[in-house]
Design a protein around this ligand. Structure first.
Ligand code: MG
Ligand code: MG
Length: 250
């Protein structure tokens, strides 16, 4: 079932999104060579609770930490731990929080120290793919328009879009209907209407879009060992078009 949110509900989600944008901006500033992913996890916990919010990921389907950190060939759902980030790592941070019963879910990728040109390009393409996907999230379009815009752009750049994991509706729950694939055909799928709230999250692989899950049961890696990148926003659909709720400050 797809739930459309009323303006007063979107107002609460807007605040949730603003908090999460701030949290991610703080975390991004901490990414540097030598920091452990567990350090970042603890910082996320503090930053979320300081704002009076609940870390949504902790315990979600048994996830043991406060955010997902996925490095280099890891696509999504990496578990923070003792890993020390190194110069040149491509680091994705995916975080979620709950504010007054409403979710925000967002993430970004950032270079640790100096990225190699190929990794920087992967990051730039991923960010642009998200921008293009979000731009399609307007009344009258369909879910397939979002995925089509992402896929067409990413594949034209020579990269692959992950199929096994997708974006989603969001609201009282993190994962609501409809699913929002990063591939698709224009004009297909659920109609996008005012009040729909979506988490749009392109996952872009350097080479093959195939993935597999590590023995920890969570960490998704590229099947071929190529690097991967990810970015995500929670978006509310208004009459004027998409409103990104999880923008960083400024
Ligand atoms: Mg997320
Ligand atoms: Mg998500």
């Amino acid at each position: 079932m797809i739930t459309l949110k009323r303006p007063e509900e979107i107002a609460v989600m807007r605040q949730a999104g603003r908090y999460l944008g701030e949290v991610l901006a703080e975390l991004r500033e901490l990414v540097r060579p030598g920091i452990t992913t567990l350090d970042l996890d603890r910082a996320a916990d503090r930053a979320i609770r300081r704002r009076g919010c609940i870390p949504g990921f902790l315990g979600y389907e048994g996830f043991p930490r406060h955010l997902c950190i996925s490095v280099n060939e890891e696509v999504v759902h990496g578990i923070p731990g003792r890993r020390r980030l190194q110069d040149g790592d491509l680091v994705s941070l995916d975080c979620g929080l709950v504010h007054q019963g409403w979710w925000a879910d967002a993430g970004l990728s950032v270079g640790c120290g100096t990225l190699a040109p190929a990794a920087q390009r992967l990051l730039d393409v991923t960010n642009e793919a998200l921008r293009r996907g979000v731009a399609q999230a307007r009344p009258g379009n369909r879910i397939g328009d979002i995925g089509h815009a992402v896929q067409e752009y990413v594949e034209a750049q020579g990269f692959g879009v992950v199929r096994q994991y997708v974006g989603h509706g969001i609201g009282r729950d993190m994962h609501e209907e409809p699913q929002v694939p990063n591939y698709g055909r224009p004009g297909r799928g659920v109609e996008i209407r005012r009040g729909l709230c979506l988490a749009i999250e392109p996952m872009v692989n350097e080479r093959s879009p195939e993935t597999r899950v590590q023995p920890d049961g969570w960490t998704v890696v590229t099947a071929d060992g190529g690097w991967a990148c990810y970015a995500e926003h929670t978006v509310a659909i208004t009459d004027e078009g998409p409103e990104i709720l999880t923008l960083p400050p400024d």
